[in-house]
Design a protein around this ligand. Structure first.
Ligand code: ATP
Ligand code: MG
Length: 359
């Protein structure tokens, strides 16, 4: 077979078959698109044209049976095939005839159940959750740490607390660990409170620094508090009534955590601290520490209920999606709970990507 003929034949095959052909021959072929895969196969076949042609013929013969068994998916062979295959580069056509009977077929994953409920829910009147009310009530008296799952509504607590502080003619500082998040909150809070009442201070921006609500990165606040200690400051801290530290799990960051600690230590005593996080591992320890260094005790609001249940899926690079577990919810601690289709795809991915170079 000439190179042109081989190229033409390769181009006629579905990409999944080309991946099967590339298995054991070409490292990381799984990431290649069809054109680059054909080029790689042609390059490889320069050394062993006969082996390539023989494998190609075998695969072409079994193609109708394969397509019947897996439908018309455009992704490479199931991992069960890979697992049963001999070592690198050691392809043997005779094996192919046994592939289909290697394992009993698993039922196809039920993606409808897996994806059910995703979307925009119908509008409903807003009713604060009990924990949100609890956090706001305590904030009137003490510092508060809110440690609740992601998507629970911590921003509502921040906004309501800010509204109450501004009404009491206090300054509010909201900090986040990222400039991007600070910019987003600046836009969001400007819409809620009015542009004239919101300022921003990050390494890149300084707008409206005399506003009653100032958004900044935690590093900027720490530096402000340092400067205030030295008497140089262009932000009024004497009226500071509330400091909100969003994403406060950064206190545990090995490099940046010290910034959160220093900010808390230097925070003016008349201001309330509101720490928000979905992922502080030991919030009671942090609350106890705040209680020990601040004039008022720190109250912890904590729960683990998810307003938006998690669902775990496995998205294979071929674009195929499958539930990660047999159940829609997320089980803990049992490998047997993994969905067989996810296991199969993941084994396949590992086989394709972790295989050492065979030449
Ligand atoms: N009591 C409530 N009832 C219904 N929806 C709410 C309630 N409180 C907040 N929400 C909505 O929940 C969504 C998520 O809220 P929010 O962004 O404040 O979550 P979060 O706790 O800050 O999450 P993250 O940890 O990801 O920052 C928002 O769309 C918000 O409007
Ligand atoms: Mg949030």
């Amino acid at each position: 077979m000439t190179t042109d003929e081989l190229e033409k034949l390769l181009a006629q095959q579905p990409v999944g078959f080309l991946h099967r052909l590339a298995s054991g021959r070409i490292h990381r072929h799984f990431r290649l698109g069809k054109r680059r895969l054909i080029d790689a196969l042609l390059r490889h076949s320069a050394d062993n044209r006969a082996g390539m042609e023989s494998d190609l013929q075998t695969l072409t013969k079994e193609r109708p049976r394969y397509e019947q068994s897996v439908g018309h998916r455009q992704h490479p062979e199931p991992a069960a095939h890979q697992a049963k295959r001999p070592g690198h580069g050691e392809r043997h056509p005779a094996k192919a005839g046994h592939e289909g009977s290697a394992e009993p077929a698993e039922p196809a994953p039920d993606l409808t159940a897996f994806l059910e409920g995703i979307g925009v829910p119908p509008p409903q009147p807003f009713v604060p959750d009990a924990w949100q009310e609890e956090a706001l009530a305590h904030l009137a008296e003490t510092d508060v740490i809110v440690s609740v799952p992601t998507g629970s509504g911590k921003t509502y607590v921040a906004i309501e607390a800010t509204r109450r502080a501004i009404e009491a003619e206090c300054t509010v500082i909201y900090t986040s660990p990222l400039k991007a998040l600070s910019n987003t909150k600046f836009t969001e809070f400007s819409r809620i409170f009015g542009a004239d009442r919101v300022g921003i201070l990050t390494g890149d921006r300084k707008d409206n620094p005399q506003a009653p609500l100032l958004i900044m990165t935690t590093e900027i606040l720490r530096n402000l508090l340092y400067d205030a200690a030295g008497g140089e400051i262009d932000v009024r801290l004497d009226t500071l009534g509330l400091v909100i530290m969003d994403e406060s799990q950064y206190i545990a960051d090995p490099e940046r955590g010290v910034v959160w600690e220093e900010t808390i230590i230097f925070c003016p005593t008349q201001a309330r601290l509101l720490l928000l996080s979905a992922s502080i591992g030991n919030p009671q320890d942090v609350a106890d520490w705040l209680t020990s260094i601040r004039p008022t005790p720190c109250y912890l609001v904590r729960h683990h209920r998810r307003s938006v249940p998690l669902r775990a899926g496995y998205l294979h690079p071929s674009g195929k999606l499958t539930p990660l577990f047999r159940s829609v919810g997320i089980p803990h601690g049992s490998a047997a709970a993994l969905h067989p289709e996810a296991k199969r795809l993941f084994a396949h991915y590992e086989d394709e990507t972790l295989r050492p170079r065979s030449h």
